[in-house]
Design a protein around this ligand. Sequence first.
Ligand SMILES: [Zn+2]
Ligand SMILES: [Zn+2]
Length: 388
Amino acid sequence: MQTVERMAPLQDEMIALRHHFHAHPELGLEEYNTSKLVASLLEGWGYKVSTGIGQTGVVGSLSNGSGRKSVGLRADFDALPIFEETGLAYTSKTPGLMHACGHDGHTAMLLAAAKYLSESRQFDGTVHLIFQPAEENYGGAKLMIDDGLFNRFPCDAVFGMHNMPDIEAGVFGFKEGSLFANAEGFEVTLTGVGGHASTPEVTHDPIVAGASIVMALQTLVSRNLDPMEAGVVTVGVFQAGRASNAIPQSAKLTVDARAFTTEVADLLKRRIPEVIRLQAESFGVQATLTPMTGYPVLVNDVAMTQFARKVAVDMVGKTRVIDLKRPYTGAEDFSYMLQQRPGSYLVLGAQHKTSQPLHHPGYDFNDQVLLTGAAYWADLARDFLLSA
Ligand SMILES: [Zn+2]
Ligand SMILES: [Zn+2]
């Protein structure tokens, strides 16, 4: 019998749990109730539970047999500041907060796997189930790592999964190498010398300097990048001035940069401040840069991705497994975990009739894939711990 069939009796309970999470969303680093519920369920199933990792993160650990290997499986559990418009019976009870990325489903899937693994003991070694806060905003993955995640819970490898509403339900997607973009940002303040619009010679105009910076930044992708590589540099904010007859004292810019390899990300991270500072200097204007929270490129380990792919093929067959052709332009903080441990991030198709994109006010996780995802976790843990 396949794991997914053995897990079928858990389905109703796990869907009810998913709906509970959906109705009670909590923002990144404020997931106190979610975290409490996850911890108490894990404890009830015999896991050794550690809480408060990276503020609200939870790790449930369970060992079985004499195997010495360990594996980390990660789900995120934070919601988004979005007004829900699904009209569902289990719609968010907190207006302005919503599980619009399916993290309610990710958490329910990993909990279903947790319950099954504990009841069936179909594994030999140690599983560390990582329930992570603040994927959407504060880089909860990094906060958990900084809090000693992999020292306290040594994992030989770590895996994560995201539902994708634009891929057929139950189809697994894999990609070796980069899967999510790096996102980096800077807030820039340009400080010049303001004055009357009629006497520019006694001023240092931050608007002219800023305009020149905006144009110079456009040359990073066109002139500094290998033409076969990809990158994006966007100035999303340019604020300055209040009066048409005055040169202002300062201007504010924000720069958003994206890349799909660590090399390009590093190049942009180095060149953006360089271009801004030197341009500003040439206008006698001072530039102050503050980096904004950004996530590194998510790079999947080749061998671990091949392994994770094989687990899916064994489970659902070749026709239900796809190779993703290109990386997603979004960012995902599981990248930090993959910087620490070999592993892979995969996607699970979750399309349904009324599918809306992730982060859309009408989005809802597809309950029909809950068991598929949970059974995959159980098989992955079993097979990884058995592997040489
Ligand atoms: Zn999201
Ligand atoms: Zn997400």
